[in-house]
Design a protein around this ligand. Structure first.
Ligand SMILES: *Cc1c(COP(=O)(O)O)cnc(C)c1O
Length: 360
């Protein structure tokens, strides 16, 4: 399916000097580009009204379904500036498919893959001046919310899909610093039969209490265990997790329905296998993690996701005490995979799997 996007560029784009000042130190998620893309859905018209317009507030009826029953999903992907000045997207088709899967899990209307990609590309092309150079990138945030005006509990009959964009700097200045993570024993993130595999706002709302507990204990992130046995490592609040062993093999928890199928996770598995490493998708228990870190069988642990790419995990803290991995330092496997992945994203290395899409 295709739709022609009506173009309503902002009347007064941000002045070059203001934009450059913002791009010099964008941080994460507080600076936004000039435009957004919007597509609407209702039962009479289907997907319609595709528009690229000045970034502006939504008008929502106070009874809009999303405000009451949280039918909302989102995606996160990045545009990368190449050395030749062009701009790459990385696996946007995978984000489009995951967005459809999230919609199905939340009983929302799936957006056709071509519309998702076209909306993202429209914003990248129109706001190309906002794609930072160097190791920054333009973070794209497609999302969809239930807009039907009705307080009855049922799947909404109307939706708003939108794409906004936010320039982001290098997540870590001077290379990724190992993170300290908090082992959540009081809270879980997702259970079998629930929405753990959907990228929905509700999962994040439910993770904030655990994240606050992590912060209160001086940790950067929280790691969740499975909700049934409270034993098996699942993932962080917004990143998947990998373990590297002394025999050179990698392990990551399986996609059993309670963790988010990360595109970085999938890319890491593929790149590791390309490099001849053995990768297991298997459950890993917290007591095994402690024992393997102590014995030295475990060499590295790292978290991965679009925002931070790969973050080494230096220390795991819990009410019972803490333990370190690799002496709390970043390890060569995590750093090597990170470089391989980032070089493909920025177009500095061959792209054997056809993951890069040149938008400009
Ligand atoms: C988005 C997300 C990830 C990482 O997915 P990527 O596609 O690699 O960015 C991991 N876990 C959760 C809960 C997420 O929402």
């Amino acid at each position: 399916m295709t739709l022609d996007f009506a173009l309503q560029p902002t009347a007064t784009p941000t002045a070059d000097a203001d934009r450059d000042a913002k791009l010099a130190n964008p941080g994460f998620g507080r600076v936004f580009t000039d435009h957004m893309a919007v597509i609407r859905y209702d039962e009479a018209q289907g997907w319609h009204g595709a528009t690229v317009m000045a970034r502006s507030n939504f008008t929502l009826d106070p009874a809009a379904a999303v405000l009451h029953y949280a039918q909302e999903i989102f995606e996160g992907l990045k545009a990368y500036k190449r050395d030749d000045g062009g701009v790459n997207l990385f696996r946007p088709d995978a984000n489009a498919r995951r967005f459809q899967s999230s919609a199905q899990q939340m009983a929302m209307m799936p957006l056709p893959e071509a519309l998702f990609i076209e909306a993202v590309e429209q914003i990248v092309r129109l706001d190309r001046a906002w794609v930072p150079g160097g190791d920054g990138s333009l973070y794209l945030r497609p999302f969809m919310l239930a807009s039907e005006v009705f307080l009855g509990v049922k799947p909404s009959a109307e939706y708003i899909f939108a794409v906004i964009a936010s320039p982001v700097g290098s997540y870590f200045k001077g290379g990724p610093a190992p993170v300290t993570i908090w082992l959540s024993e009081n809270y879980t993130r997702a259970s079998l039969g629930g929405t753990g595999a959907a990228k929905c706002g509700g999962n994040y709302a439910a993770s904030l209490r655990a994240q606050a507990e992590a912060t209160a204990h001086g940790c950067d992130q929280v790691v969740f265990l499975d909700a049934v046995e409270r034993r098996y490592v699942e993932e962080l609040g917004g990143m998947n997790i990998f373990f590297v062993f002394e025999d050179g093999s990698l392990l990551t928890p399986p996609l059993s329905g309670t963790i988010l199928p990360g595109i970085t996770r999938d890319s890491v598995i593929t790149l590791a296998r390309d490099a001849g490493m053995v990768v297991h998708e298997a459950p890993y228990a917290i007591e095994q993690w402690r024992a393997d870190a102590a014995s030295g069988r475990l060499k590295e642990a790292f978290a991965c996701g679009t925002a931070a790419v790969i973050s080494p995990i230096g220390t795991v803290r819990s009410a019972a005490g803490e333990f370190s991995i690799n002496g709390g330092a970043a390890g060569p496997v995590a750093m090597g995979l990170r470089k391989t992945l980032v070089d493909i994203q920025y177009g500095r290395a061959p792209d054997p799997h056809g993951w890069v899409r040149k938008v400009i």
